[in-house]
Structure formats: C-alpha cells, structure tokens
Design a protein around this ligand. Structure first.
Ligand code: TRP
Length: 332
C-alpha cells in the first residue's frame, strides 16, 4: 500500500493559512493520488512540547478533527486519528532517539527560534520533537509527506534517520519525499506580510479564522496591509501584502496568479479586496455548517475510532518488526 502521512498540531484556532497550506491541499492530493492511503492525525503529543492548558488542548483536538472532516477529506481513503491514542508513536519515538544525533537536532532552526523566545523551562521534548515527527512518518512507510515550508528541515532529518537505519540494518523504512503546495506553502500575516500567518499571533487582524463570520472576514481583508501603488499586479518582492492576497485568491479559485492579475487589471484595491472577502466567506460557509453539525454528533467519534483501528494495526506491526531488527527483546 502506498501511503501519505501528515499531521497538524491542535494549538490555537485554525486559520486560513493552515487551511490553504495544508488541509485544502490534502483534499486535492487525495484526488490526484487515488491509489494512496492517507494517515492524517492530530499531533497532540507534539503540542505538549510547550505548555498547554489541558481543557483547551482537549477542545482543540476535537475541533481540529471536526475541521479535517468538514473540509472534505475523503474518509474511505483516510485514517484520521489522534496521535497519542496510538502508543506505537511514542515507542517509535523512543527507538529512533538512538538514530538522531545531538548536532543534527541542535541545527533545527525551529528549535533555535522557539528556544530563543523562551529562555527558561525549555522542554527536552521541544529539542527531540523532530524525532517524534520522524517516527510519525516512518511508522507508516510514507512515500510522500505534504508539509509547509517550516517543516522542510524536519522532513530532511526524517530522511536522514530513515537512510541511517536502512544503511545499518538493511532496507527497512521508506525514505519519504516532501510535497509542498505550490502557491500557498506560506500564507503571510495580513498585517505583516514578512511573517507567516500564525496561530500564535495575538493580533486578531493578522489572520482569518476558519470560524470567522462573513462580516469579520471582509473586515480583515479590507484592513490587510498592501501598498500605495494602487495597481493589482504580482510582485512578491516589492508588493508582499498584495501578492499574498493574490496567492490566496488564486488558491481558492484553483487558478493561477496570472489569471487573477488579468481579471483585476485596472480594478482598484478596494474592489479587489471586497471580492476576495466575499470569495473567502462563500468558500468557508459550507465548511462551517458541516463543522457545527459534526461537533454535535456522534459521527466524529466513530470516524476517529475507525481511523485509529486502521492505523494502529499497521503501526504496531512496524514497531514490533523494528524492535526485532534492532535485537531488542527476548522471545519474539
Ligand atoms: N510538526 C508538524 C507541524 O508543526 C506537525 C507534524 C507532526 C507532522 N508530525 C508530523 C507533519 C508528521 C507531517 C508529518 O506542523
């Protein structure tokens, strides 16, 4: 079975950046890769690498699961589950710790960034986080891993670890390849187009939440930082804000940026922004309706139970075989 693996952390409320950069992309990938099975999970163990409020974390896990389904992932082609519910992820993490080097983990820019912001109480798990991630991927022998730009380095390390094991013990893990969404790997903040739109940005004006109503969406787009030139054209160097909006628009329309530029030739920013706001709201409306229905039904529990069952069967086997390969244990 050919597989694709990806996870999203249940932290903060989902915004249009995660939607366009990951979830919408999964749905498109499912169409273009009909012979692949998708293991999609909520990376809750990753979330506790920094402090979390338990009540909020629980709520975010459920909400993210509902959002995945509401966004239209094909359930017959997907095992959707919560990472911590399959203990093979933790086991694989521990085993792979012996195949990652300190120097490699020290070079991870995400760790360096996060550790710099938080001088005290940096968790050991924050340092070893890429190994847990490698385990998530290698457990299912993923051929592809759709990730945003910020996960590129972690995926490189996953490949290094897989190759290291294969080299020492003979072919055992599939070496995964990254898949980046072309246009929207990085949806930028609406207020500061030099920064990625971020779940943790306290400025509400910087993002559009998937739960935002139409009037808020329009307001956020209207107040998005652009430039004073007044011409709708794509220039990611000098017109970062407007180019970000153009990429978002093109991704929603499933067309090219060039087509969008053509459509808005000679049109002012206000009209362009109003249209984009309307487009986003119309795109999100059915997703929001499905989300609310799921949050109130038993269906979600059934979907997660089913996903867990399917994923766990594979994961347990892979860990057992790996332990044996390493010479661990006694009887089996
Ligand atoms: N680290 C990823 C993030 O923060 C989430 C993640 C965890 C992931 N495990 C994964 C993504 C495995 C892809 C594959 O976005």
């Amino acid at each position: 079975m050919k597989t694709i693996v990806s996870g999203i952390q249940p932290t903060g409320e989902l915004n249009i950046g995660t939607y366009l950069g990951s979830i919408k992309n999964f749905v498109a990938l499912q169409k273009s890769h009909p012979d692949h099975h998708f293991f999609l999970f909520i990376a809750d163990t990753h979330a506790i690498t920094v402090p979390q409020d338990p009540t909020k974390l629980r709520a975010a896990i459920k909400s993210l699961a509902a959002m995945y389904v509401a966004c239209g992932i094909h359930l017959d082609q997907t095992s959707l589950f919560v990472q911590s519910e399959i203990t093979a992820h933790q086991e694989m993490d521990v085993l792979l710790q012996s195949f990652a080097y300190m120097g490699e983990l020290e070079r991870m820019t995400q760790f360096k960034d996060k550790a710099q912001k938080q001088v005290e109480g940096i968790r050991a798990s924050l340092f070893t986080y890429p190994v847990l991630m490698a385990g998530d991927i290698l457990l299912y022998d993923a051929e592809f891993v759709p990730v945003g730009d910020d996960q590129k380095q972690h995926l490189e390390l996953t490949r290094t670890i897989a190759e290291r094991v294969n080299h020492q013990y003979g072919e055992f893990f599939t070496v995964p390849k990254p898949l980046f969404p072309e246009l929207t790997a990085r949806v930028m903040s609406l207020q500061n187009p030099d920064q990625k739109m971020s779940k943790s940005d306290p400025n509400v004006k910087s993002k559009i939440l998937l739960s935002d109503p139409e009037n808020i969406i329009k307001k956020r787009i209207r107040s998005a930082v652009t430039d004073s030139e007044g011409t709708v054209r794509y220039d990611p160097e000098n017109k970062k804000g407007l180019s970000n909006l153009l990429r978002m628009y093109a991704a929603l329309e499933e067309t090219s940026v060039d087509n969008m530029v053509e459509r808005y030739k000679g049109v002012n920013y206000q009209t362009f922004k109003d249209d984009l706001g309307t487009k986003i709201a119309a795109h999100l409306a059915p997703i929001q309706a499905r989300y609310h229905a799921l949050m109130q039904s038993q269906e979600l529990t059934d979907i997660l139970d089913d996903g867990k069952k399917r994923a766990e069967a594979l994961a347990i086997k892979k860990v057992q075989r790996f332990k044996k390969k390493l010479g661990l244990g006694f009887k089996r």
